[in-house]
Design a protein around this ligand. Sequence first.
Ligand SMILES: [Zn+2]
Length: 236
Amino acid sequence: MSKRVKHPTRNAVVALAAAGMGASMVFGGGAAVAADSKTVPAAGPAAAVAAQAHTQAVQAKAAEAAAAKKAALVKKAAAANAAKKAALVKKAAAKKATSWVKPVARYTLTASFNQGGAMWSHKHSGQDFAVPVGTVVKAAHSGVVVKAGPNGGGDGPAYGNAIVVKHANGRYSQYAHLSKIDVRVGQTVKTGQNIARSGNTGNSSGPHLHFEIRTTPNYGSALNPAKFLRAEGVVI
Ligand SMILES: [Zn+2]
């Protein structure tokens, strides 16, 4: 029995030793774990670097996308600008076709509309442009010639040689005191087309072009031609 009693003691010692070993092993294991857990924070910066790299990659991708978006916008804006420019050119061309021009290129303005004076039985019915005899007279706008000839084309001798052109807007332009008439009644004329040469015929105090804008083909229906042209974008 004593042998048997000793045995448990030895066994207990062995067991204790084993337990001690076990404890130390456990402790050692714990230390190792602690040591490992210390290396985990050491891996932290590496993870942060990786995260940062990832962030940078995401940012780069975002920047790339933004650049692509910007490029697309720039391209779109350029296309819009080109379309706008083309529309403006088209508009300018259309405007040119419908625009009015001065009947003479170089001149000195003399008697204006409604001006009183000994030269006219009533107020002055047009705008006078002083120009040398033989100056090219142009149609202020496209239209059809409805009067052309001496005696003011039928309006009276005071006008001398004269032309009246009918326009699409229902207005008429008249050119008087001409030295030479280069169109005939019924002829279609374009805006700016040479239709006559200026002169000093009729009741005229000196070489000039008398220019009227009328609401009918006839004398007595004149509007202020300077004001009319200004409304059409032509400042004399
Ligand atoms: Zn006049």
